[in-house]
Design a protein around this ligand. Structure first.
Ligand code: IDP
Ligand code: MG
Length: 139
């Protein structure tokens, strides 16, 4: 059994539409455990650094504007195969292509406002968890 940790972010659209509880329910009822959690309004700098990998993409500015448009909930999840399990629960990046019953299919409306972020590999999960949680009181 491989117990992993991964990072989830409930994005501003899902917070605004009062889906925090629904999304956390999906995690907990599918064998994932909430290890850490905080609500935060990301600064421009934090969002840009977090999504630096996408900085050459045409949608980068819109992504940063959206991610800083309201509060997000940042969560460390743990569980068996947590990285891939979370990605499966999230569904496709574009809610219109997401499988029925996934978080993005049920709670998101567009590819820009797609309810959740989830780490895409174990390596990125460690980096992303460190970004928000490791050094005490920095952010
Ligand atoms: P992921 O969130 O499913 O891992 P990524 O390709 O890592 O998808 O993209 C990061 C975020 O950037 C997406 O969740 C989405 O909000 C946004 N994004 C990705 N592709 C597009 C696009 O083609 N148009 C607008 N926004 C996009
Ligand atoms: Mg991604």
């Amino acid at each position: 059994m491989t117990i992993e940790k991964t990072l989830s972010i409930i994005k501003p659209d899902a917070v605004q539409n009062k889906h925090i509880g629904n999304i956390i329910k999906r995690f907990e009822s599918n064998g994932l455990t909430i290890e850490k959690m905080m609500m935060k309004h990301l600064s421009q700098e934090e969002a840009s650094e977090f999504y630096a990998i996408h900085k050459e993409r045409p949608f980068f500015n819109d992504l940063i504007e959206f991610m800083t448009s309201g509060n997000v909930v940042i969560i460390v999840l743990s569980g068996e195969n947590a990285v891939s399990k979370n990605r499966k629960l999230m569904g496709h990046t574009d809610p219109e292509q997401a499988e029925k019953g996934t978080i993005r299919s049920d709670f998101a409306k567009s590819i820009d406002a797609n309810a959740v972020h989830g780490s895409d590999s174990l390596e990125n999960a460690a980096i992303e968890i460190g970004f928000f949680f490791t050094s005490c009181c920095r952010r």
